[in-house]
Design a protein around this ligand. Structure first.
Ligand code: A5P
Length: 227
């Protein structure tokens, strides 16, 4: 089985009747939503909230009952992918462009289960450009301020060539190539202090579980501090 799928299916086993579940975004979260949909069709009773319009449509197609923030008082567990994970479980996200709803849902969740294939495990964050959601107004200025933090920021564009990529919230994404991130906590604060920045893809102290799928077909739930 594909490593992302194997990790996702193991994570879905954490879900039980009565839970409110956060659904992530991306190619790994896709498999988690598929597995949750299968369990719902077999009788699992849950309600779910999605982190993107894409995940919401998929969940609805599979018959997963969906709710909005106005209807919920808690999220029990969220399952989501990541772009990079280090040994301290600092995580970067947003490669799929949904970092802001992902962070809101993760912060409202009792538990955040991160699902990745082994390629996402890194000794140090930063090789994958850090996504930063920025507002359109003054975006050129915001990009310059981001560059002052030691990165090369690139305004994400649609692969179709249809201009700047737009998030579900109508904002832009700056992909910030840092090369290496030595102090994720400090960088998180510095980025979010720039006017024009909505949020960045560093998820610090949020993951409660990290489940990894490996090329040899095995799946392992990590213990913090080890790979
Ligand atoms: C979506 O915005 C992202 O945070 C994804 O969860 C992350 O980019 C991982 O994506 P894949 O699961 O597609 O690798």
């Amino acid at each position: 089985m594909e490593p992302k799928r194997a990790a996702a299916e193991q994570a879905a086993a954490y879900i039980s009747d009565g839970m409110v579940v956060g659904l992530g975004t991306g190619t790994t979260a896709y498999w988690a939503i598929q597995q949750i949909g299968k369990r719902v069709q077999e009788g699992l009773r849950i309600r779910a909230i999605a982190t993107s319009s894409h995940s919401e449509s998929l969940a609805r197609e599979l018959g997963i009952p969906m709710i909005s923030f106005s209807e919920l008082d808690r999220i029990d567990l969220t399952i989501d992918g990541a772009d990079e994970v280090d040994r301290a479980w600092h995580v970067t996200k947003g490669g799929g462009g949904a970092l802001l709803p992902e962070k809101i849902v993760a912060s409202a969740s009792q538990k955040l289960v991160i699902i990745v294939d082994e390629s996402k495990l890194v000794p140090q964050l930063g090789k994958f450009p850090l996504p930063v959601e920025i507002v359109k107004f003054g975006c050129e200025w915001t990009l310059r301020r981001l560059a002052e933090l030691g990165c090369t920021p690139t305004l994400r564009t649609f692969s179709s060539g249809d201009g700047p990529y737009m998030t579900d919230n109508g904002n832009y994404i700056a992909d910030c190539a840092f090369g290496r991130i030595d102090d994720p906590n400090a960088l998180h604060e510095r980025i979010n202090h720039i006017p024009g920045v909505v949020d960045n893809g560093l998820f610090i102290g949020m993951a409660s579980h990290v489940i990894v799928g490996y090329r040899d077909g095995s799946v392992r739930e990590l213990e913090k501090g080890t790979f």
